[in-house]
Design a protein around this ligand. Structure first.
Ligand code: AHR
Length: 511
């Protein structure tokens, strides 16, 4: 009999089936001290494909219902997410963007070619006023990327004056002539984007000096206090972080990091037609960001042990082949349950390092890469990734509760990846939320959470899952993947037990 059980186990393992579907978690409420900066839920909007034009902005004369030119459906969906910060105008576009072309009467605004993204003509009808007014409507902070690659210090300095000066200054007066009396509050500025690549192809030693120089002229006007983000590394380039921290660490408030979940830059794979192996590969690649973050943080800690400088993961997310028939330069991709898993697992990781990570901006908010929202003319769908952000928004500005997790692992890309991952936090009202993610396509998990003295007797929840990992929301069927109430959790004697279905994400609220 014993022999039979053993050989069954071996058989299961060979076939890739789980032998142990139990996960135990022990919360550490006594060690909860770091706040999950709400800006970890930041978004990114670039003049790329139909992110701005058609996605966020249709203009006041459009037949598509709009509020002062912004799509009303998209506005409402983003308001519901409570997005905290929005990055603009790029991306690579930022280092070719000249802000003066995007102010004043629209008919007088010069056009340009968007060389990075499809070579289309950009008419500059969405510019500084349109962006900053959008942020006001959404109630979010603007994060403006300055043109360092092809711009000048003077151009940047004047832009900051235009946006934030309250005085009788030339740029503030120009802003008033263009219809805006009071300055906007602009806290976050990025000094260059991917300055090692599309933003100027610089070496780190050179860029560190450029950053220092631009930083001097990025002035604080009339109580507006800038938070200066230096261009950080791509993925595994720890030397970039080293040089930046050594040569300019004391001059910056934040250092960025870009990490995309991409299989292979030459063959990214379909966003919707994939097999189980591809699914696990993508998740493996996504969670590798944890090791990447740890290594960048280790470098930052060497120069900044008090963690004054924020790590800003200001571009992240999945990157697949564009949808068949769409412009390859527009990066329009569908979004499945696989993307939702990537979002949830990535957010869990960002929470774990929230003592250093002050912001992250998923790429991008509408119609580009791992988008929250897809639009097609008057139609709009919310993606599975949107639903994760919606379910997770309870963690914004809440205190992270560390935990220990014992769960089965799966070897993906030569790394052991936890089948179940979780995050927990306590909000300002004292409510505790726990999010759990089971990546296993086949097996449910029995999860036991020792609450370690957290006083709760009731639990309610929401779950996101579907029949197939390839399921997505389309313009014809917009509600295939959507959250529903979850009833599979209970609390007894300080222990929370959860029957966590296969390939599912849940958020629980304890009372
Ligand atoms: O998000 C798309 C592009 O990816 C951005 O423009 C660039 O910064 C990055 O390479």
């Amino acid at each position: 009999m014993r022999k039979l059980i053993l050989s069954m186990a071996v058989l299961c393992a060979t076939m890739g089936y789980a032998q142990d579907t139990k996960t135990t978690i022990s919360l550490k409420p006594d060690e909860a001290k770091n706040v999950i900066n709400k800006n970890i839920y930041g978004q990114f909007s670039e003049h790329l494909g139909s992110c701005i034009y058609g996605g966020l902005w249709v203009g006041e004369d459009s037949p598509i219902p709009n509020t002062k030119g912004y799509r009303t459906d998209v506005l409402n969906a983003l308001k519901a997410l409570k997005i905290p910060v929005l990055r603009w105008p790029g991306g690579c576009f930022a280092d070719e963007y000249h802000w003066v072309d995007g102010i004043g009467p629209k008919e007088n605004r010069p056009k340009m070619v968007n060389n990075n993204w499809g070579g289309v003509v950009e008419d500059n009808s969405f510019g500084t006023h349109e962006f900053l007014n959008l942020c006001e409507l959404l109630g979010c902070e603007p994060y403006v990327s300055m043109n360092v690659g092809s711009g000048s210090v003077e151009e940047m300095a004047k832009w900051i004056e235009y946006m934030t000066s309250a005085g009788d200054s030339p740029m503030a007066n120009l802003r008033r002539e263009n219809g805006r009396k009071e300055p906007w509050k602009v806290k976050y500025i990025g000094i260059g984007n991917e300055s090692w690549g599309c933003g100027g192809d610089m070496l780190p030693e050179y860029y560190a000096n450029v950053f220092r120089r631009y930083g001097v002229y990025a002035r604080n006007y009339d109580g507006n206090k800038l938070f200066k983000v230096a261009c950080g590394a791509s993925d595994y380039d720890y030397n970039w972080t080293e040089v930046m921290m050594k040569n300019a660490g004391g001059k910056m408030n934040g250092l960025s990091l870009h990490y995309y979940t991409v299989a292979n830059w030459n063959s990214k794979g379909s966003a919707t037609e994939f097999k189980e192996n591809d699914y696990y590969f993508t998740i493996g690649k996504a969670v590798e960001i944890e090791e990447v973050i740890q290594k960048h943080i280790a470098v930052m800690d060497k120069y900044d042990e008090k963690k004054r400088v924020g790590l800003m993961v200001d571009e992240w997310g999945t990157w697949f082949d564009v949808e068949p028939g769409t412009n390859p330069g527009f990066l329009f991709q569908q979004n499945t349950l696989r993307d939702a898993m990537v979002a949830a697992r990535s957010l869990n990781i960002f929470h774990r390092y929230c003592d250093r990570i002050q912001m992250s901006n998923i790429a991008q908010v509408v119609n580009v890469l791992q988008a929250m929202i897809l639009t097609n003319k008057e139609k709009m769908v919310l993606t599975p990734t949107y639903h994760v952000f919606d379910m997770y928004k309870v963690h914004m500005d809440a205190t992270n509760i560390p935990m220990q997790i014992a769960t089965q692992t799966k070897s993906i890309r030569n790394r052991d990846v936890a089948i179940v991952d979780a995050t927990a936090s306590k909000d300002k009202q004292g409510l505790v939320h726990i999010s759990l993610v089971n990546i296993d396509v086949q097996n449910a998990q029995e999860v036991t959470v020792d609450l370690k003295g957290i006083n709760a007797s009731k639990v309610t929840g929401t779950i996101l899952t579907t029949k197939e990992i390839t399921d997505c929301n389309t313009f014809d069927k917009p509600e295939v993947v959507k959250p529903v109430a979850f009833k599979g959790a209970k609390i007894s004697n300080g222990i929370l037990t959860v029957k966590l279905p296969s390939k599912s994400i849940i958020t629980l609220e304890l009372n």
